[in-house]
Design a protein around this ligand. Structure first.
Ligand SMILES: [Fe+2]
Length: 267
């Protein structure tokens, strides 16, 4: 497990590239979370976001997500520290979180996933930004993503998506892996015990889009398949016009884990 001092050592031994070129190794994007720098207001914003999102979601999210919230003790007050999360997560599924300054490039992101590393922003939105964010913050990353990474099979599926992403980017077809990731891990829906539920982290962590994705009559909801995910473009800056619905969480995990890079590239 990384300690902050180890992270600092990693960073020191891999200084940022000069001449405008971005760092190429995922380790170069890791920064100390610097948890002590979060203010009382930051922690209060986390608590507010957490309380209202848990109430909003209720049972509208797949059961393993709620299990993960409990396992990871995310209901404890304040912004979680990455070491505390890792102490629970790593023994369970081999995953650990690292702090980053914000969005990382796709190739770096997929490289991290392939190594069971999940990047979390080292900042949280302000009270004035509760419902609108230009870039994902630690609430999206920790509340939205980390609970499902405590689910062994889902965690392994996410690692596999990282490998698929690296292969796709190497073949100049990164959009195929990005769309697969987007329509499953970020914005997927799933059937569970005959009910439509939220699966994706982008929905689970969104106050506006969580209900919209499930209940709006103005959007398409179509069955998930890998082929459909790959052919469906997505929006970064607006609610999705189309959601892909898995027949079950287990079905999607099985389908994605069985996908080879060659199969993805042939789509
Ligand atoms: Fe995300």
């Amino acid at each position: 497990m990384f300690e902050d001092s180890e992270v600092a050592a990693v960073i020191a031994s891999h200084p940022p590239a000069v001449g405008g070129r971005r760092p190429l190794r995922w380790q170069d994007h890791v920064v100390p979370q610097n948890w002590q720098a979060f203010t009382d207001e930051d922690h209060a914003v986390w608590d507010l976001l957490f309380a209202r999102q848990v109430e909003l979601l209720g049972s509208r999210v797949v059961a393993p997500f709620l299990d993960g919230i409990g396992l990871l003790r995310l209901s404890h007050p304040g912004v979680p520290d990455v070491e505390g999360l890792n102490a629970i997560l790593e023994p369970r599924t081999g995953w650990r979180t690292v702090a980053v300054r914000g969005l990382v490039p796709d190739d770096i992101f997929f490289a991290m996933l392939s190594q069971r590393i999940f990047p979390v922003g080292n900042f949280i939105r302000t009270r004035e930004q509760l419902d609108y964010l230009e870039a994902p913050d630690c609430f999206h990353d920790m509340f939205g993503h980390i609970p499902m990474l405590a689910h062994k099979d889902y965690a392994e599926m996410t690692r596999h998506v990282g490998e698929l992403g690296l292969a796709a980017i190497a073949a100049n077809q990164g959009h195929k892996a990005a769309r697969l990731y987007w329509h499953s891990v970020e914005f997927g829906l799933a059937c569970e015990d005959g009910e439509l539920k939220i699966l994706g982290a982008g929905l689970a962590s969104s106050f506006g889009e969580a209900h919209f994705s499930l209940e709006s009559r103005g959007v398409e909801r179509v069955p998930f398949s890998i082929g459909r995910a790959v052919e469906t473009a997505y929006k970064h800056d607006a609610f999705q016009p189309r959601y892909l619905v898995s027949s079950s969480l287990e079905a999607t995990i099985g389908e994605v884990r069985a996908l080879t890079p060659e199969q993805l590239l042939a789509l």
